[in-house]
Ligand binder design. Structure first.
Ligand code: IMP
Length: 200
């Protein structure tokens, strides 16, 4: 089955393509079809994922997969959440966002720097699919005092997964793909799609 992948973020695209390889789907990135991401006007990960999936399915006339993800920081009252990509402003870079987070957490000691990545993935058979298939994954950790490592993307240089001393940006891609919020969400989605007979 040809499926359009509704993501414009190259870091996420790389991770999802690797994670989805065993599924028996022929994945086409929406960018390869000239499709741009719609505005993310939802206030939850589920709403935003569904907005992206329906838009890609409508534009490509194909079934679509979309994810929406972000990081929730306890000491910031759960921010930035769905606004993670825009934390330091509409066209903020990963570097701007993580430095804003470090600045906001400047006075917060190590024991209160808990953080959680979230990922919601949704599959729609078409733009009007009345019964989208959702899956959710999380990854627990804490925010480091300073950035370390150059792997991954986004907040990875300041995210230290629970029970690890390295940041997510110091893990190999294979290590991250085995335990990340995206990996957990995708595994749940694959199981659901197999149970429903949609994937092999
Ligand atoms: P989205 O593209 O709207 O889902 O925004 C996701 C944003 O959340 C990214 O731009 C990053 O800032 C952050 N994020 C999500 N997943 C990860 C990850 O695996 N590593 C680092 N940052 C992430």
């Amino acid at each position: 089955m040809r499926v359009v992948l509704a993501s414009g973020n190259s870091g996420k695209l790389r991770e999802l393509t690797t994670l989805l390889a065993p599924l028996g789907f022929e994945l086409v990135a929406q960018s390869a079809l000239g499709i741009h991401s719609p505005p993310e006007t939802g206030t939850t990960f589920m709403e935003n994922a569904l907005i992206k999936a329906r838009h890609a399915a409508r534009s490509a006339r194909l079934p679509a997969l979309a994810d929406d993800s972000g990081i929730e920081v306890a000491a910031l009252g759960g921010r930035p959440g769905v606004y993670s990509a825009r934390f330091a402003g509409e066209s903020a870079s990963d570097h701007d966002n993580l430095h804003k987070m470090l600045a906001e957490l400047h006075d917060v000691p190590a024991e209160f720097r808990q953080a959680r990545y979230h990922c919601v993935i949704v599959f729609v058979r078409g733009p009007e699919d009345p019964d989208p298939v959702f899956a959710h994954g999380t990854w627990e950790g804490q925010i480091a005092l300073a950035p370390r490592g150059c792997g991954g993307f986004g907040y990875d240089p300041i995210f230290v997964p629970a029970n690890l001393h390295r940041t997510a940006a110091e893990m190999t891609a294979a290590e991250k793909n085995a335990v990340s919020h995206r990996a957990h969400a995708l595994l749940a989605l694959v199981n659901e799609l197999r149970e429903m007979g949609i994937a092999s």
